[in-house]
Design a protein around this ligand. Structure first.
Ligand code: 5RP
Length: 225
């Protein structure tokens, strides 16, 4: 199976999970990226079961709408039983690096409201230690140089994502070379830098379940303690 087939397999597995676990009339939380797109396509035939979806990006909103999903404002929603999203890296505690698609802030907000975060990923995304994938940090444009200097003090090598503006009108610094031994502490630390909107470490609120696409089938992994 190639990587696209693995993504389709986990997208389908996530749709099966959501149909089995989310109550009739529930609001669905939907992530962003090529794997999340596979989930959107797989859940589309079941859209009548849901009140609608809260989306984490304009791209996912467009795809959901093209399938006929109602898009809900998060401020009008008090409960999201399940949020499904991909990851750039995930470890065995189900801490993640996310934001390769630049949607990290809205993804983190929707994930914060959700009862259950289901991460969907092909086997290449499971790593022993986070950090080989450059960590995305969303910054307020006027603070970009300041934040870059502060990230360099942490040992990182920040690069501005060229030609990219987030759905929130901000910039992304992709930070290489960070040693992420303590994802929870680093997530909190980076968030304290003035001008940072959000960083792509999803550790304080990690995933509750990982559906991992492998050549032998989709494996279900729970966070190791
Ligand atoms: C977007 C994300 C994505 O979930 C992450 O980049 C994985 O994307 P893909 O499924 O295309 O590999 O965090 O901001």
């Amino acid at each position: 199976m190639n990587q696209d087939e693995l993504k389709r397999a986990v997208g389908q597995a996530a749709a099966d999970y959501v149909v089995a676990h989310a109550p009739q009339g529930a609001v669905l939380g939907v992530g962003t990226g090529s794997t999340a797109n596979c989930f959107i396509d797989a859940i589309a035939p079941f859209k009548e079961r849901f009140r609608g979806a809260v989306s984490s990006s304009e791209a996912s909103t467009d795809r959901l709408r093209s399938h006929g999903f109602a898009i809900l404002d998060l401020n009008d929603v008090s409960e999201i039983p399940v949020y499904v999203d991909g990851a750039d890296e995930v470890n065995d505690r189900l801490h993640m690096v996310k934001g390769g698609g630049g949607a990290l802030t809205r993804e983190k907000i929707v994930a914060a409201v959700a009862d259950t975060f289901v991460c969907i990923a092909d086997a290449s995304k499971l790593v022993p230690t986070l950090g080989a994938f450059p960590l995305p940090v969303e910054v307020i444009p006027m603070a970009c140089a300041h934040v870059a200097r502060e990230l360099a003090k942490l040992g990182g090598d920040p690069h501005l994502r060229k030609g990219f503006i987030t759905d929130n009108g901000n910039l992304i610094l992709d930070v290489r070379g960070l040693s992420i031994d303590d994802p929870v502490a680093l997530e909190a630390h980076i968030n304290q830098i003035v001008g940072v909107v959000c960083n792509g470490l999803f550790a304080a609120r990690g995933a509750d379940l990982l559906l991992l696409g492998t050549p032998d089938g989709v494996r279900q992994l729970h966070p190791k303690s």
